[in-house]
Design a protein around this ligand. Structure first.
Ligand code: ZN
Length: 98
């Protein structure tokens, strides 16, 4: 069991914990934050690599986004040991949380 807290939702021991590049590695990102699988999926399906590099390039900026806040509000009510996947349809992120 991984006891690390996700930098985005704050849950400890959540499914799919991994080191997430806040700015994608492909765009020269060097900062790595512990991230759960559910937040990682949401972030990558919601924003493009360019948006992550240019705009949503810190944990604080992602957390300040209204879409992320809605997602976390939902996520905190779910089981911590399940990884939720965000799907993208028609160019827009659509998670189970809607
Ligand atoms: Zn998380």
């Amino acid at each position: 069991m991984n006891e690390e807290a996700c930098a985005f939702c704050g849950r400890v021991g959540a499914a799919g914990m991994h080191g997430h590049h806040v700015v994608p590695r492909a765009k020269g990102g060097k900062v790595i934050e512990p991230t759960c699988g559910s937040c990682g999926s949401f972030i990558h399906k919601t924003w493009s690599h360019n948006e992550l590099r240019d705009t949503y390039n810190t944990v604080e900026k992602i957390q300040a986004d209204e879409r992320f806040q809605r997602f976390v509000k939902w996520l905190l009510k779910q089981r911590v040991d399940v990884k939720f996947k965000t799907e993208r349809r028609n160019g827009r992120a659509e998670g189970k949380y809607r």
